[in-house]
Structures are given as C-alpha cells and as structure tokens.
Design a protein around this ligand. Structure first.
Ligand SMILES: Cc1cc2nc3c(=O)[nH]c(=O)nc-3n(C[C@H](O)[C@H](O)[C@H](O)COP(=O)(O)OP(=O)(O)OC[C@H]3O[C@@H](n4cnc5c(N)ncnc54)[C@H](O)[C@@H]3O)c2cc1C
Length: 303
C-alpha cells in the first residue's frame, strides 16, 4: 500500500489525485483493480517532483497513456499511476511543417490538428485509440504506416527528472518497439515532420481507413486491440481462426467473432479470464500450427 505521507505530498503538486481508483475507468478493456494512487499531472515541474517523491518513498510509478494496450490485474496496481494532462496536451505548429505534440494528447487530436493545417503523413494513425506518448512508446502502426515514419525527435524525462531530447536515429524503432520500451523514461512530447497535402485528400484517406476499421474490428466492444504481435510470416488472427477459436469464450472474455486477433470483454470479464483465454489460444496455436504467439497487450499490476 502507498504511504499516506507520500499521497499528502503529491496532493501539493499541480495534479488531480484519487486514491483507490478503479482502473476499469482508465482502460479500453474496462478491466482492472484499483490503483493505490492515481494522479493526472498538469506540468513538467510537478511531474519531476512526483517521480522524485516516489523514489524517496521507494514507491513504484507507472505512466499511463489512454490504457488502450493494457490488461490491468484484478488485484490492482501498487504505487502511483501517472497520467499526463494539462500542458502535456499542447499541440503547436513549428517551422518546416513540423508539429510538436504533448505526450498526453490523444492521437485523434493530433490527426485532426494535422488535417486542419493541411499536413499529411498521420492519416494511418486515425482510429488508433491511444495517446501520443503511448503511440511513440509502442511505435503504433496500421495500414502500412508507423509512428516511426513521421517522428523526428522525442523529448523525455529520465528517472532523475532531467529533460533530454532523442533524435529519430536514436529512437531504436522496430515493430511495436521503441527506445522507451521497458525503461523508466517518460515521454513528454514528440515532434512530427509532415508534408503539405490538400485537406480533402487527407480527410478522404482518414475516412476510408476508419470505414475499414469499422467493418473489420469490434470497435464498439471493450478490448485492447490486437492481443498478439504478428508472428514472422503469419497473421495471428488467421492462425487463431484456422484453429477454430473464433468466438471461443473463457469466463467473460471472448475471441471476437468479428476479428480473431481481438479479445473482447463482453460479459464482465476479469483480467484472470483474459489471461486464461490468452494461455488457451497460445497452447492451441502451438499444438495445431507450431507457432509461438507473443503478446502485444501489456499485463501490469499485482500478480
Ligand atoms: C480498438 C483498438 C484498436 C487498436 N488498433 C491499433 C492499431 O491499429 N495499431 C496499433 O499499433 N495499436 C492499436 N491498438 C493498441 C493501442 O491503441 C496502441 O498500442 C496505442 O499506441 C497505446 O497507446 P496508449 O496511450 O493507450 O498507451 P497505454 O495502453 O496507456 O500504455 C502502453 C505503454 O505505453 C507506455 N506509455 C504511455 N504513455 C507514455 C509516456 N508518456 N511515457 C512513457 N511511456 C508511456 C505505458 O507505460 C505502457 O507501457 C488498438 C487498440 C484498440 C482498443
């Protein structure tokens, strides 16, 4: 349990704080126990103070984006969950068709901003339901586009509170991976280099990709998107379907009848249900196809 003294000190910062906050309210899966302390921090100075306090109190912290790639334990999360709000939502147009966007902003806001400025390059990201920080962390991608194609630099805070800049060539991007994967560094903002394009062309492409999503994905059901990474030479959804698992139910969790790469929470699923279903899918796919599936969705919290 998180020290009450720590919580009292965090309350003095420019942040909104809740204790015992259900992570169901902060994940697209609508699953998860309570975070001991949940705070939405509004500026860089307060973020620095909060992570310094966490270190002083030997308390872990977790940076949450929009929770669209997470499965949170039913037993909740130790320590402090930090969401970036306030000034971390700012988007500004800079010279040379570059756009700087705070890590707390949604990708959707960034895509709309770029469209309104008649700047193309981010159309592929329309419909990916995450924050800019989460998209950079994951190198999110769809329809032949990836975040790495447009990012030119990222500003981050290291675990000592220093702000540093990482250029594209040092961001170590690969499939659903970046230099931030499994580090304590906090993405503050990212700068994207875009290209002038007629606004109607950008809008048409965004609409077309959204239509494809609506036809192929269960976007109106709680999920965390594709559960598994694409195994070399295969599509996870096709393998799962060929193994007869489309629509398979485990507790309240189900392999989506619309897209076998998604697990949906249609019936009050617990994290245990989802983990059980993931294990079952992995086992069957290994037995029938001799392919090892690995998770794209991240499991966090108490085990
Ligand atoms: C319906 C649906 C469709 C989806 N479609 C796609 C798709 O087409 N392509 C795709 O790539 N993904 C897709 N996803 C998955 C998800 O939207 C992406 O992975 C997204 O980039 C996650 O962003 P987030 O802000 O929600 O991150 P979270 O889920 O909140 O966090 C993911 C990881 O990023 C880290 N993180 C977040 N912000 C920061 C920060 N500021 N600094 C440091 N670390 C940070 C977290 O600590 C965590 O480790 C889909 C999900 C859903 C529900």
């Amino acid at each position: 349990m998180t020290d009450n003294k720590l919580i009292e000190l965090i309350k003095k910062e420019n942040a909104e704080i809740c204790t015992n906050e259900s992570m169901k309210n902060h994940t697209s899966f609508r699953i998860g126990g309570n975070a001991d302390c949940f705070c939405e921090v509004k500026d860089v100075a307060s973020l620095r103070n909060i992570i310094r306090l966490c270190r002083e109190f030997d308390t872990p912290y977790f940076i949450l984006g929009l929770g669209s790639n997470l499965l949170v334990s039913d037993k909740g999360i130790d320590g402090v969950v930090i969401k970036l709000g306030g000034e971390f939502n700012e988007i500004t147009l800079s010279e040379g068709n570059t756009v700087r966007c705070g890590a707390g902003s949604t990708l959707a806001r960034l895509c709309n901003f770029a469209r309104n400025m008649s700047l193309g390059g981010l159309e592929f990201a329309w419909g990916i339901p995450g924050s800019v920080g989460g998209a950079v962390y994951m190198n999110a991608g769809a329809y032949d586009g990836e975040i790495k194609d447009t990012v030119c630099s990222v500003d981050y805070m290291d675990k000592n509170g220093s702000i540093k800049r990482c250029k594209k060539e040092d961001l170590d991007f690969s499939y659903r991976h970046s230099a931030f994967t499994d580090t304590d560094n906090i993405i503050i903002s990212a700068t994207f280099r875009l290209v002038p394009k007629p606004q109607h062309e950008i809008s048409e492409r965004m609409q077309e990709l959204m239509e494809r999503r609506k036809t192929k994905q269960p976007i109106n059901h709680p999920s965390a998107g594709s559960v598994f990474k694409r195994p070399e030479g295969y599509y996870a959804a096709a393998l799962i379907e060929e193994c007869g698992l489309k629509g398979y139910e485990y507790g309240g969790a189900q392999v989506s009848p619309k897209h076998s790469g998604f697990i949906v929470n249609d019936n009050g699923a617990s994290a245990e249900d989802v983990l059980g279903l993931i294990e079952h899918i992995k086992k069957v796919v290994k037995e029938q196809k001799d392919v090892d599936l690995s998770c794209e969705v991240k499991f966090i919290g108490r085990v």
